[in-house]
Design a binder for this molecule. Structure first.
Ligand SMILES: NC(=O)c1ccc[n+]([C@@H]2O[C@H](COP(=O)([O-])OP(=O)(O)OC[C@H]3O[C@@H](n4cnc5c(N)ncnc54)[C@H](OP(=O)(O)O)[C@@H]3O)[C@@H](O)[C@H]2O)c1
Length: 276
């Protein structure tokens, strides 16, 4: 059966930006599948018309089953919002390489696998839109975030290449670069920094992160609502010719403009101060 509604798959729908986006697209008339690992959190979206799909980006079978489910039930996929992700923080010297690999498995390779699985559906229906949630952290890097930054910098290049590859098929590729957004992301990032580097030679820098960019009572409290990002995702999903990049949310434009204008050394000073 082919859905008469446009169909969207939103990853990371169990919280934050993904939950807001899934709700918003459902309210806008999309048939929305919301994917994540926490089934109980996904169930909370059912009342808003979002269909839960329990998916772990680290599990190949989970990804293939999810896309096959959408193909069998809805018969099409118009919008893929690759939003799921997390921040693996801590000093490069301290973070075990297995955890660094896992960061890339979720933030890049799992996302890339979903792109691979979704493309036959999109091509068969003559097009679609892939929206990759990157970050200002995909352009601007600070201390103790190397693996997160590396995964998002990689996603930026991946998306530029993909956009050009898929243009002939009518598949649009959009990058969204949020600034600081009020979600569970910051607390998880701070926990990982403390686990990896909270006690050793980088502990003062971890304290700085806790007082600075990841401070739940400071930057994180001033951070923008996830709704701000959900709104631009809806705009990009509906546009026939979306922009290649959308940067918004607390500190997004100022961060990206500074990166364009300042030298590496001046940028180091600015980010180090911000990161505590
Ligand atoms: N918040 C910010 O300030 C900010 C700024 C720039 C960019 N971003 C990006 O925005 C995206 C959404 O983050 P958020 O701020 O909304 O954070 P969040 O509230 O922590 O949500 C992250 C989502 O990713 C899902 N996820 C994590 N690991 C997964 C896995 N292995 N398999 C499937 N799903 C997984 C989580 O679901 P489960 O745990 O239920 O699986 C959750 O739904 C991320 O890519 C993040 O890097 C956030």
């Amino acid at each position: 059966m082919t859905s008469t509604q446009p169909v969207a798959l939103v990853t990371g729908a169990s919280s934050g930006i993904g939950a807001a986006t899934a709700r918003r697209l459902a309210a806008a008339g999309y048939l929305v599948y919301g994917a994540a690992r926490r089934a109980d959190r996904l169930e909370e979206l059912r009342g808003d018309g979002v269909l839960p799909l329990v998916v772990d980006l680290l599990e190949e079978a989970s990804l293939t089953t999810a896309v096959e489910h959408i193909r069998a039930e809805a018969g099409r996929l118009d919008v893929l919002v690759n939003n799921a992700g997390y921040g693996e923080f801590g000093a490069v010297e301290d973070v075990p390489i297995a955890q660094a690999r896992r960061q890339f498995e979720v933030n890049l390779f799992g996302l890339a696998r979903l792109v691979q699985l979704s493309l036959p559906l999109m091509r068969a229906q003559g097009g679609g839109t892939i929206i990759n949630i990157s970050s200002v952290a995909g352009r601007v890097a600070g201390p103790l975030g190397a693996w997160y930054h590396a995964s998002k910098f990689a996603l930026e290049g991946f998306s530029d290449s993909l956009r050009q590859e898929l243009a002939p098929f009518g598949v649009r590729v959009v990058v969204v670069q949020p600034g600081a957004i009020r979600t569970e992301w910051g607390a998880h990032a701070l926990d990982s920094a403390r686990d990896a580097s909270g006690a050793g030679r980088y502990s003062r820098r971890v304290d700085g992160l806790a007082r600075g960019i990841l401070n739940p009572h400071g930057t994180q409290r001033r951070a923008s609502s996830p709704e701000v990002i959900a709104a631009v995702i809806e705009r990009a999903a509906k546009a026939r010719r979306p922009r290649t990049r959308y940067a918004l949310g607390h500190m997004a434009r100022v961060g990206l403009t500074a990166r364009r204008l300042l030298s590496d050394r001046l940028m180091d000073q600015a980010t180090s101060r911000l990161m505590g």
